[in-house]
Design a protein around this ligand. Structure first.
Ligand SMILES: C[S@@+](CC[C@H](N)C(=O)[O-])C[C@H]1O[C@@H](n2cnc3c(N)ncnc32)[C@H](O)[C@@H]1O
Length: 408
């Protein structure tokens, strides 16, 4: 079923062999068919340029283009296990004197170990039809085309320029999977049903189109994200269009799915309320920052909360801040910052109490990790559940979008 890949030059062969050996040692790739695919795809052909992150004046991130003119530096990065930013939002990107850019990344080539862990979890078989959401560089579409044959791969990206570039670059290395411009959250009905749907952008809930376009027994793998944290979920779709699964052991975060080619619109929220109180807390920011699994659970419990980092202009303190669409907020300084161990809030309620309630519950349940979080989805919505030791499921996400009610 393999398409015929272009012959690789000795330097690419050597670099690919080193990378594949590293990914095998790390346990990221296990099956021979995915080892073959990784060893066949010259990542540099799909990532002719990326943006290296630098810290600019006053902490502003500067993106410096690196391409084939940078020779070894470019190739060393491309053949290492790194995520490489490959596109910046035109609306916010500005060129600086000296050649760097500011701006928000809108596409990247995912680190190969994460990509292949996801492909392993996707559990594809010969003859499967796969829909990929988020073509980006086309690297993942190339891996899938090698494994399944290009006629079995359909990949969609919201950005027309990315699709055009990916199509050309894939053709240059001998692959022509079907590519399309569009909002991948709608899937693509005329090509359905799919055996597997894999998204390399994040969604807050499983889009109903993916459920409706999956074959019974089909698998959906995506980053499911709240405003606080997100993680990878792998769901199996039943014949009635309902899906069920878990967060996977592999963790990875992707850019949020967006509506249009141009950048991200911020979340809509009221102006932050003035300070109403401050006190000590037994769940300081350090605990939240250190506990990915807790953040994941917290995010789905406090469904409309958003986590940001707040810099206090007066004290210079950096704090972890949770904020809600109605302007309520609560923040706790990071370790080593003035006020560490305290919480300050604004709005009618002390919202940090909810964080403390969820923390006590999580600790009382034995600090369950992400793989104990189950996910169910149907056309009405997506729900997250905690699986207790006795396999009983306790609902984590609120039944409605009303997140102002802490778990009892
Ligand atoms: C992390 S990158 C993709 C990485 C890609 N799989 C690769 O191998 O290079 C995420 C991609 O999702 C795309 N994207 C964002 N929102 C989307 C949407 N609603 N529909 C389809 N693609 C979207 C972005 O344009 C971006 O290219």
């Amino acid at each position: 079923v393999n398409s015929s890949p272009a012959a690789l030059d000795p330097d690419t062969r050597r670099r690919l062999d080193v990378l594949v050996a590293e990914l095998r040692r790390a346990g990221a790739v296990r099956s021979p068919r995915w080892v073959d695919a990784l060893a066949a795809i010259p990542r540099h052909a799909l990532v002719p340029r990326f943006f290296a992150e630098e810290s600019g004046p006053r902490g502003v991130t500067v993106w410096r283009p690196v391409d084939r003119r940078d020779g070894q530096r470019w190739l060393d990065a491309v053949y290492s296990d790194q995520t490489l930013v490959t596109a910046l939002d035109d609306a916010t990107a500005e060129q600086l004197p000296g050649g760097g850019f500011t701006g928000v990344p809108t596409s990247s080539s995912t680190l190969p170990s994460l990509m292949v862990r996801m492909l392993e979890d996707l559990d594809v078989h010969d003859g499967h039809q796969v829909l990929e959401i988020g073509t980006g560089t086309g690297y993942n579409a190339a891996l899938l085309s090698h494994r399944l044959g290009q006629d079995h791969v359909f990949s969609i990206d919201v950005d027309p320029a990315l699709i055009e570039a990916a199509r050309e670059r894939l053709a240059a290395i001998g692959y022509a999977p079907a590519l399309a411009v569009g909002d991948g959250r709608e899937g693509c009905a005329p090509r359905a049903p799919y055996d597997r749907i894999i998204a390399t952008c994040a969604v807050p809930a499983i889009p109903p189109a993916w459920l409706g376009q999956s074959r019974p027994g089909g698998v959906i793998l995506t980053d499911l994200a709240s405003g606080i944290e997100g993680g990878l979920v792998c769901l199996t779709v039943a014949s009635d269009g309902e899906a069920e699964g878990h967060f996977t052991a592999a963790t990875g975060r992707f850019m949020a799915a967006r509506d249009q080619k141009r950048g991200y619109r911020g979340r809509e929220r009221a102006t932050l309320a003035p300070v109403t109180g401050a006190r000590e807390t037994h769940v300081p920011a350090a605990e939240i920052r250190a506990s990915y699994d807790f953040r994941l659970l917290l995010g789905f419990r406090l469904a409309d909360a958003e986590l940001v980092y707040h810099h206090d202009e007066d004290t210079g303190a950096l704090a972890l801040q949770l904020q809600w669409p109605d302007g309520c907020w609560a923040r706790s300084p990071l370790p080593g910052q003035p006020g560490e161990g305290t919480v300050t809030w604004g709005g009618a309620d002390d919202m940090w109490r909810q964080v403390e309630t969820v923390w006590r519950w999580w600790v009382s349940m034995g600090r369950p990790d992400r793989t104990r979080l189950a996910v169910t989805a149907d056309s009405r919505g997506t729900a997250v559940w905690l699986e207790a030791e006795n396999h009983e499921r306790i609902r984590v996400s609120p039944p409605t979008a009303n997140a102002h009610q802490p778990h009892g």
